[in-house]
Design a binder for this molecule. Structure first.
Ligand SMILES: CC(C)(COP(=O)(O)OP(=O)(O)OC[C@H]1O[C@@H](n2cnc3c(N)ncnc32)[C@H](O)[C@@H]1OP(=O)(O)O)[C@@H](O)C(=O)NCCC(=O)NCCS
Length: 200
């Protein structure tokens, strides 16, 4: 089930390589990238996160792809689909998520890659819904969700089950995109801007 590679106009969403671990640890140590995460990661913690991402691909056949800029940086971060490890009202579910190096922000890469990943989820995996969540203050991430056409019901705020009571990042907002309510642009983009290699 591994080996799925997705293409967009400017990006390749690909399998992780060992060479990604160093630039991944650099972005995980960047205070601005990690501003809305519980903490910056050490090299060991970053490697462990990458190991869990790779395990997720083995288990599910999809995951948080390493993002490469065509004719550019070989690794700028991850974008993709993951199954949350916790249980709450809206689980089980598939989340679309992203984390890019600061140098790659402001180019539309997260949205471009996420559209491709969501299209893959709807078309190839047969998902009927994709969710995304973050802390209310993470406006950059919320803008990506909104550019994907995701919607947020204010009544669906939730406390992240993996963060202890009183943690300043515990409160989250939930966004959803259902295959049937998507305006079609996401599905259309599959036919125009992407190819998938590999067999899910
Ligand atoms: C969340 C995150 C991925 C968003 O990155 P981003 O670069 O702002 O998002 P996009 O890739 O959609 O790019 C959109 C920006 O690129 C600009 N842009 C420039 N060229 C563009 C193009 N060709 N196409 C589209 N947008 C373009 C847009 O104007 C927009 O900027 P703005 O929001 O200031 O108006 C990034 O901030 C990040 O990695 N944050 C840290 C990790 C994190 O918080 N992850 C989420 C946890 S829930």
């Amino acid at each position: 089930m591994s080996g799925i590679e997705l293409h967009t106009e400017r990006l390749i969403l690909r399998e992780w390589r060992d060479a990604d671990l160093q630039p991944f640890s650099a972005l995980n140590a960047d205070s601005e990238v990690m501003r809305f995460m519980p903490r910056q990661l050490s090299r060991e913690e970053s490697d462990d996160r990458a190991r869990r991402i790779r395990d997720h691909f083995k288990q599910h056949g999809f995951g948080l792809w390493a993002v490469e800029v065509r004719d550019g940086q070989p690794f700028v971060g991850f974008v993709g689909l993951s199954v949350p490890r916790f249980e709450t009202d809206f689980t089980p579910c598939v989340e679309v998520g992203w984390r890019l190096a600061r140098s790659a922000w402001g180019n539309g890469y997260a949205t471009e890659a996420a559209k491709r990943a969501v299209t893959f989820g709807f078309n190839e995996l047969g998902l009927t819904e994709v969710v995304s969540y973050t802390v209310p203050e993470n406006l950059r991430s919320r803008r990506v969700m909104e550019r994907l056409g995701m919607t947020h019901d204010p009544s669906e705020k939730f406390d992240h089950p993996l963060l202890e009571e009183g943690h300043p990042l515990r409160r989250h907002v939930l966004y959803r995109l259902s295959r049937s309510s998507s305006d079609g642009s996401i599905l259309e983009s599959a036919a125009t801007d992407g190819t998938a290699k590999g067999t899910p």
